[in-house]
Design a protein around this ligand. Sequence first.
Ligand SMILES: Cc1cc2nc3c(=O)[nH]c(=O)nc-3n(C[C@H](O)[C@H](O)[C@H](O)COP(=O)(O)O)c2cc1C
Length: 194
Amino acid sequence: MPKNTSVEILGLHLSPRKKGSSRLLLDKFKEGAESKGARFEILSVSDLRIKGCVGCFSCTKDGKCVIKDDDMRVLYEAWEKAERVVVSTSIYFYDMPSQGKAVLDRSQAFWARRYELHQNKEDKPGGRGFLLAVGATKGKELFTPVTLVVKYLFDSLSISKKFPVLAFRGVEGPDKFTSEQLEEVVKAGEEFAG
Ligand SMILES: Cc1cc2nc3c(=O)[nH]c(=O)nc-3n(C[C@H](O)[C@H](O)[C@H](O)COP(=O)(O)O)c2cc1C
């Protein structure tokens, strides 16, 4: 099968654990996407220093965040060009880890560009999102909060709010996934690159 060399995918890893469950999911997804020729870049909160939003609403004036002395600029630059974005997160207290939530709060600058400054009003034509999630327990609503907040991240990035979710309950650590589960994630990565 010919490889699709034009597809670029941004993987956002939102857990502080460098080698945890959500990172393994993202690495497997990447493996699948790269096998189809996609270029895949992972940015992880475990490698970045991200401060929390201070709620000053300065971004409503110019779409830019006033906080300049952290690594958020790396994400802002990546988001400007990103069309296909996969988010991978674990569940901490029924939501994403606070390091990930800090990133989402800081996406307010992109929300402001779209909804206050009326930029990027149309969804990006090639824009597609995907959510990978993992938690240790089995609650019915375990992934409801992260699905909702990631929906609004994608919206801020002008990426469709309709996106697939592949989520795994009852996984306490990366060694607890079954080979079938990991294979499912590789396949999802292959399809996302198509
Ligand atoms: C502070 C903290 C809170 C957690 N809260 C939940 C929770 O509410 N529900 C759940 O199913 N698992 C919870 N977990 C378990 C993690 O989701 C699980 O261990 C997951 O595999 C960790 O993935 P990671 O290594 O990518 O962070 C919590 C773990 C931590 C450290």
